[in-house]
Write a protein that binds this ligand. Structure first.
Ligand code: MN
Length: 713
């Protein structure tokens, strides 16, 4: 275990200005808090955070990170609180420890690999400060180094998690060293026999003198020198884990694997990389499809190198990586080295500058997004990750709602969702989800997608499903309505009505099926008379202009049965048919009404004496006989009044008081004319029915300042 002064000296070796006092206090605090707790190994628990801090010094992290590393388990495992840590060590340390405590709480239960990918993204998204992630990885590395003390079941679980989650995460931020070590240990635990047999085989080959590494290095060095490229060459056997991966991928035995040696040529600059590559390729046979240029196209984590495979010296298949020293450091140490180079501070002792610059950006950035953009890390800040009740993780774009979540689970779940529990509490469907939320979608078979949802969902899948449903549903209504309109029109003229006649005229209406014709008539794109004249070209229309009032639609529609019991606002419509109140006449329950099939907007409800109806006089097939249903007065409707009142102080106040006392709510008030002596107003009042509006008119008439009041259109 690192002693207190050793740790402080390590930090001071690369950061002479480190806060020595705070480091000392954190070391003591961690020891005191973990007290007599023991690890499974029998070591005192505090040895763990101290070793984690030690790992962090290898990456030359700032003292804030080292302190947070020392304290990383105190809030989770002892009576320490974030507040206490904030008081003792400041805001930054407290925030990092808080982030680490939150990460420790979430746990992935699913074994699905896609889930692992989402979980990695969740960890990235939750590690708002990159240091949270670096400490988490150091924590995992130390736990893996000491895993042999854990019971079998835990060893397997932790190793699997390491291979699925943490090793790829280390790779994602470019920390090759940590990644390789995590993989080695996890592989040894999970596949003991494979590990042992590969290791034994490698040892055997070495003893047999087949260890060609030194000879090949020598040859490659000579090749570079002759070609005039300054280079340093290193070589190694591939790790047992990467050999095993290759065996799995190629379904090959160890004997069949030829390239178990990898060589690295490090040169001065990018131009030299390609020169070196030229030398290798002109001297040795290239193995097809092994050449990769990650210099011109770096990997997403910033990895840069040239890769190639050749039949090299000694007639052995080898892999060669060519890169500059800078690329090499960035590839191995990830963000840390990247920042060091960006600063141009290659001298030892100043490498910690990268974290300082990271902090400066953090402080200067107005938003966390900006910070993440600036660090050039894929932090998935444009996504949120939420758990299903079973523990599966679903990734969604930012601002997603439970409806998006439901559609992401399955279209069926989305189509029937009626509510959602977020972290066990019922929440509105438009609630914006946060990282780590557990979402339970409540469904009901009777539910259908609501057009309302379209306003707040953000995922394409949800939007498409909702719109598809609404479109399909509308068409169903139009088809049903159109069929009834046609049937009535034909029968009204004593003409035979049937699909047979319609099939013959499909091309006239650019229709592909009889249903298409129904839909067009229902939608008002084609009139019933157009269809009738097409089917019976010689028929002479007898009673154009007659208004058929005896027509009842209800009971006909295909979907009428389903919703029979529903309270209806308006009788005579196919349930679910798009309907709206005409803006011209403001019909109220109690008024006699008529429905007009409009072009594309369903049915418009007009008052029977509305002037606008005149223009439909010659299209009786558009008229629907409708009446108010029982439920009509349970909704509010807009009644429109024209009022003239004296232009006196307080006149408008008197008016609105009277309307309010009559239980009417003014929805809109428009002064249409104003003179020295009077106001002329249009007032829209929310009322239940015509009776209530008449009561209001009577009350308004009685007001002294009012000289005129009447319903208006
Ligand atoms: Mn820990």
């Amino acid at each position: 275990m690192l002693r207190q002064y050793e740790l402080v000296d390590l930090v001071k070796s690369y950061d002479p200005d480190a806060d020595e006092d705070a480091l000392n206090r954190a070391y003591v605090y961690a020891m005191k808090k973990h007290g007599a707790q023991l690890r499974t190994s029998g070591d005192p628990y505090y040895s763990h955070p101290i070793e984690v801090a030690g790992i962090l010094t290898k990456f030359k992290l700032d003292s804030t990170s080292i302190i947070a590393g020392l304290l990383h388990d105190t809030v989770e495992d002892t009576d320490a609180t974030i507040e206490e840590i904030r008081d003792l060590f400041g805001e930054q340390v407290a925030q990092i420890v808080d982030g680490l405590t939150k990460l420790a709480m979430i746990e992935l239960k699913s074994k699905d690999t896609k889930q692992a990918e989402n979980f990695r993204k969740l960890l990235l998204a939750m590690s708002e400060d990159i240091r949270v992630l670096l400490i988490k990885l150091a924590d995992r590395l130390h736990n893996m180094r000491t895993i042999q003390y854990c019971p079998e079941e835990k060893r397997m679980r932790i190793s699997r998690e390491t291979l699925d989650i943490y090793a790829p995460l280390a790779e994602r931020i470019g920390m090759q060293e940590i990644k390789t070590e995590l993989e080695q240990i996890a592989f040894r635990e999970l596949h003991k026999e494979a590990y042992e047999s590969i290791t034994a085989r490698l040892n055997f080959l070495r003893e047999q003198g087949s260890d060609l590494v030194p000879a090949i290095i020598k040859q490659l060095e000579k090749d570079m020198e002759e070609g005039g490229v300054r280079a340093s060459v290193s070589g190694r056997e591939k790790s047992p884990y990467s050999i095993w991966c290759k065996m799995q991928k190629k379904n090959a035995s160890f004997e069949q694997l030829s390239d178990i040696m990898a060589f690295r040529i490090i040169v001065d600059d990018v131009a030299a990389c390609y020169q070196a590559l030229g030398i290798v390729h002109s001297k040795y046979h290239m193995v097809p499809r092994r050449f990769k240029d990650y210099i011109s196209t770096p990997k997403p984590n910033g990895y840069k190198s040239l890769h190639t495979g050749v039949i090299g010296p000694e007639n052995t298949r080898i892999e060669i990586q060519i890169r500059t020293q800078e690329m090499h450091e960035v590839n191995e140490k990830g963000v840390a080295a990247h920042w060091a180079y960006k600063q141009g501070e290659k001298t030892a002792g100043k490498n910690f500058r990268w974290i300082q610059e990271l902090l400066e950006i953090l402080e200067e950035s107005s938003s966390p997004e900006e910070f993440l953009d600036n660090t050039k890390l894929e932090m998935y800040n444009d996504q949120v990750f939420c758990f299903t009740p079973k523990g599966d993780l679903i990734g969604l774009p930012v601002n997603s709602t439970p409806v998006d979540f439901a559609y992401a689970v399955h279209s069926k779940v989305g189509n029937t969702c009626v509510g959602a529990k977020i972290n066990g509490e019922i929440k509105p469907l438009r609630t914006i989800l946060k990282n780590g939320d557990q979402v339970e979608v409540l469904t009901s078979k009777a539910q259908h997608p609501s057009p309302e949802w379209d306003r707040f969902v953000v995922t394409g899948k949800a939007k498409a499903a909702i719109r598809r449903y609404i479109r399909a549903n509308k068409r169903e209504q139009f088809v049903s309505l159109g069929e009834q309109i046609l049937e009535r029109t034909f029968k009204g003229e004593n003409l035979e009505f049937g699909e047979k006649g319609l099939v013959g005229v499909l091309p006239n209406f650019e229709a592909e099926s009889v249903e298409d014709i129904y839909a067009k008539v229902g939608e008002g794109l084609v009139t019933a008379w157009d269809v009738l004249r097409a089917v019976y070209p010689s028929y002479k229309q007898s009673k154009i202009g007659k208004v058929v009032k005896s027509f009842k639609v209800h009971g006909f529609g295909k979907s009428a049965k389903k919703t029979k019991a529903d309270p209806v606002q308006i009788k005579g419509l196919i349930p679910g048919m798009a309907v709206h109140f005409a803006g011209c006449c403001h019909p109220l329950p109690g008024d006699r009404i008529v429905g007009i099939v409009t072009t594309g907007k369903g049915v418009a409800v007009h008052a029977i004496d509305c002037k606008a109806l005149e223009k439909y006089a010659t299209e009786p097939e558009r008229w629907l006989d409708i009446s108010w249903g029982d439920a009509a007065t349970s909704e509010v409707h807009l009644g429109r009044l024209k009022i003239i009142l004296a232009n006196e102080p307080g006149a408008l106040g008197d008016l609105s008081n009277v309307i309010a006392r009559a239980d009417g709510n003014i929805a809109n008030l428009n002064i249409t004319n104003r003179t020295m002596s009077y106001f002329e107003l249009i007032v829209d009042v929310e009322v239940r029915d015509v009776k209530q509006l008449n009561d209001i008119i009577a009350a308004v008439k009685a007001v002294k300042v009012v000289s005129y009041v009447a319903r208006s259109s």
